[in-house]
Design a protein around this ligand. Structure first.
Ligand code: GLN
Length: 373
């Protein structure tokens, strides 16, 4: 813990610390269960991503009231890749509203791989904002006078979600820019159908830049927790996205976030989520938690193998499936907690979220509970 950085001493009751220990023990156990799993391959089609070590493995959970639990390589940075897509979708919705955005990008799952070239619907829209075609179309909507202004707006948005400044990994950006012929083909196809404007290189640069934003597993869990917390970053208390668009972001994550695994994911995990080819998955338990897993080896669909396993087990063992929650009113981690201290006090809908703990207004001052790995 970084107690020396806290502004106010935190009172931890026996019940609370028992809950914390139980959560951390569960993450520890999951890490042990899957760290020796040798399935999947690190992405190589973006040459810089091929440098990742298949053993890197982190799990992080951040509650909607700002408690952080982490195990493994939670500080290791990676590029967020497609995890950026639903968040950019939120920015486009803020810029243009639902009707305009829906006229450019649909909300139907494709059942195809994420970088499918041929799938445009009957009105020439890409199917959804989570596949590459839809993400490139969404990125083309981001407002700003010039490429720098647009990039800055994107970086500022991710800074609100992360709770600190963000930067683009230039090596990954250049690697993808010089080899991203398939994305270029997708973009030109959409230009041909009049779905994006003709500044194709600028649009693709911004798309490659958003994919090359650096974050770690904790940052991604904080992003998830921000979506869980009505769009307010639970660490900084800053609003990252207008609450009226949260439902849209979470819906496309639920139906399309895991690409052609979305149905099985919904069935076995039952949470809105998004994966990225660097090996991350972020999942959201609405009103309760953000979950992030980082492990570079991917399955054939481009989703992290260990990431899927960890989320399936977490959902199963803690009753996190959204329909479980509806049917049993389970409380995720607090579900089996007999103590009066819930990990998740009710979330207020106001612009500030009150909780019983004192945390400083920055990630560095947050309450971090680390596992032994
Ligand atoms: N930048 C990657 C691409 O466009 C993102 C893909 C992903 O993370 N699934 O191919």
């Amino acid at each position: 813990m970084r107690s020396n950085e806290r502004e106010t001493p935190q009172v931890i009751s026996v019940a609370t610390s028992t809950t914390k220990f139980r959560v951390l023990a569960a993450l520890n156990e999951l890490h042990l269960r899957y760290r020796d799993l040798r399935e999947g391959d690190v992405a190589t089609y973006i040459p810089e991503l091929a440098k990742a070590n298949p053993d890197w493995f982190a799990i992080c959970v951040v509650t909607a009231d700002g408690q952080i639990y982490e195990i493994g390589d939670a500080d290791r940075q990676f590029t967020i890749q497609s995890v950026s897509k639903p968040f950019i979708y939120g920015l486009a919705l803020e810029d243009y509203g639902r009707d305009t955005v829906l006229s450019k990008v649909g909300v139907e799952p494709t059942g195809d791989v994420f970088n499918s070239i041929i799938k445009l619907d009957a009105t020439n829209r890409p199917h959804n904002p989570c596949v590459n075609a839809g993400a490139i179309a969404t990125t083309s909507l981001i407002k700003g006078a010039d490429p720098t202004a647009r990039l800055n707006r994107v970086l500022e948005m991710f800074a609100r979600y992360f709770g600190h400044r963000v930067q683009v990994d230039m090596s990954v950006f250049m690697s993808e820019r010089t080899t991203g012929h398939r994305n270029r083909a997708i973009a030109y196809l959409m230009l041909n159908f009049g779905m994006i404007p003709d500044n194709v290189d600028q649009i693709l640069d911004l798309y490659f830049q958003q994919c090359s934003i650096l974050g770690n597993c904790r940052d991604l869990a904080v992003m998830g927790a921000t979506l869980a917390n009505n769009g307010i970053n639970p660490i900084t208390k800053e609003r990252a996205v207008q609450s009226e668009y949260l439902r849209d972001i979470l819906t496309v994550m639920y139906t399309c976030g895991m690409y052609d695994f979305a149905g099985q994911w919904g069935y076995s995990v039952g949470l809105p989520a998004k994966s990225g080819v660097a090996g991350s998955i972020v999942a959201v338990v609405p009103n309760q938690l953000g979950i992030a897993v980082y492990s570079p080896p991917l399955d054939a669909r481009g989703n992290s193998v260990r990431g899927i396993k960890v989320c399936q087990d977490l959902s199963q063992e803690f009753g996190m499936h959204m329909f479980d929650a509806v049917l049993t009113r389970s409380q995720a981690f607090a579900r089996h907690d007999q103590s009066p201290t819930s990990l998740h006090p009710p979330i207020s809908n106001g612009s500030t979220h009150q909780n019983g703990h004192s945390t400083a207004g920055a990630v560095a001052g947050a309450d971090v509970t680390r596992g032994a790995h």
